[in-house]
Design a protein around this ligand. Structure first.
Ligand SMILES: [Zn+2]
Length: 434
């Protein structure tokens, strides 16, 4: 008797709870042409299922022409996954109607405002997952919300596709082009950023780092926008230089400070590694052991103890030490304001390096001489573009790629990069489900 009473109360409370749930849904996820009919627990009590139906007298909308059309028939019930709630998965159940559209002269499935034709997730849930996928890795997002990696992919793809279709390019004053290595082997992406003072965002992701991949960007933005670009930042990669000459001949082309410094560090590292090997093979004192970061970091970023070790190291007569001093001396270039004085400094520095008999450094000097005018453009631009911008965006791109372990394809990487760096507009939502 008592047991039956308790069960009765539970059933009644559960019934009230489900009614409340519909009230809440009507508050946050309401669509005029449809009604929430009934909410119930699934048979295993792990999920909540909410049945929906069209509002009486409300016609179905043709998914092709987006206009009301007479009904044709009804398909089997479909489950649309909604945002999980207190540990329960939530599904909206709905039998989609088909319309016999006179305008399109064919039978089409209706359009529903909470989902799209292909995916099993509701739009609200896709936006919700995609927002989390910007903070967590896609794998972590899938685990946190008990869904699959593929569904997180779908969600991000939906949001990014919408964003790319709806973004406003407007005037673009400055762009930076950068390459980034991904996967094993030599696979590269070409990234183009807008680096205007007020708008810094990723504009484009291209496969490879070829002339064709960078040209793809200009195809997307069109000749008119391209012709108005005032500054272009790049590294010394020849295919990029060629496309810039071809597409932005009016713009001031600047070799990016950050890329020059990176190249210099690479050369120094090559000298160090070579010399370290030589010392080891000759059985000498391994003075260069663990010196890599001492030499590559700026001195002001070293800890006191590291600074002492660096001072120690600099007393040796080594190629590495000479290369290090050349690299450090080069930093002075960035302090100049006048292109003429900067040019004079650059020439002196290159002359000194060419006498150094340190091949990796000589290679850099030759390359700097060859691109002298583009380097001096940095000063002609009055340092308006801080090199920190491209470097910062490049670092963010690397973080995005690192978080994306499990992404093997270009498509995943492309989506992830647009998603985190593109500042794309998001689809509208009936409610902020945060
Ligand atoms: Zn139609």
């Amino acid at each position: 008797m008592r047991a039956r009473f308790i069960l009765g109360v539970l059933a009644r409370d559960s019934f009230h709870f489900m009614l409340q749930l519909i009230t809440i849904l009507n508050r946050c996820h309401h669509f005029p042409g449809f009604v929430y009919q009934q909410a119930r627990f699934s048979s295993n009590h792990k999920s909540i299922e909410i049945a929906m139906r069209p509002r009486k007298g409300s016609p179905a909308i043709c998914s092709r022409c987006h206009q009301p059309a007479p009904g044709y028939d009804e398909l089997a019930e479909r489950r649309f996954e909604f945002i999980p709630f207190w540990g329960f998965l939530v599904f909206l159940l709905y039998s989609m109607r088909r319309v016999d559209c006179r305008r399109c002269q064919a039978v089409f499935v209706e359009e529903v405002p909470w989902g799209d034709g292909k995916r099993t997730l509701t739009r609200a849930y896709m936006l919700f997952l995609a927002r989390w996928a910007r903070k967590l890795s896609w794998k972590e997002t899938a685990e946190a919300f008990r869904t699959s990696w593929e569904k997180v992919f779908d969600a991000v793809e939906h949001v990014v596709t919408f964003g790319l279709e709806h973004r406003v390019l407007g005037q673009i004053d400055a762009i930076g082009v950068d390459e980034i290595q991904y996967a094993k082997g030599h696979k590269y992406l070409t990234l183009v950023y807008q680096i205007d003072i007020g708008v810094m965002r990723l504009l484009w992701v291209g496969r490879e780092r070829t002339i064709e991949s960078f040209r793809g960007f200009f195809t997307v933005i069109g000749d008119e926008l391209a012709s108005k670009i005032v500054f272009v930042c790049s590294d010394m990669w020849e295919p990029y230089l060629k496309v810039i000459r071809e597409k932005c001949s009016e713009a001031l082309h600047i070799l990016d400070r950050f890329h020059i410094v990176a190249k210099m560090n690479k050369a120094l590292d090559e000298v160090r590694a070579g010399e370290s090997r030589r010392i080891a093979s000759e059985g000498g004192v391994p003075v260069l052991k663990k010196s890599r970061w001492l030499l590559l970091k700026r001195e002001e970023n070293l800890k006191t103890e590291q600074r002492f070790r660096l001072r120690d190291l600099l007393r040796y007569n080594l190629k590495t030490v000479r290369a290090y001093l050349l690299k450090e001396a080069f930093q002075q270039l960035w302090d100049y304001n006048s292109p003429a004085w900067a040019g004079k400094f650059l020439d002196d520095w290159c002359r000194q390096v060419m006498r150094s008999r340190i091949e990796p450094m000589k290679k850099i000097a030759r390359s700097l001489r060859q691109h002298r005018e583009l380097i001096l453009n940095y000063f002609r631009a009055q340092k308006l573009l801080s090199s920190g911008v491209v470097e910062g965006l490049n670092n963010k791109a690397k973080v995005t790629m690192r978080k994306s372990y499990g992404f093997r394809t270009f498509r995943c990487l492309e989506l992830a990069l647009y998603h985190s760096l593109g500042k794309l507009p998001e689809p509208e939502s009936t409610h902020d489900f945060f």
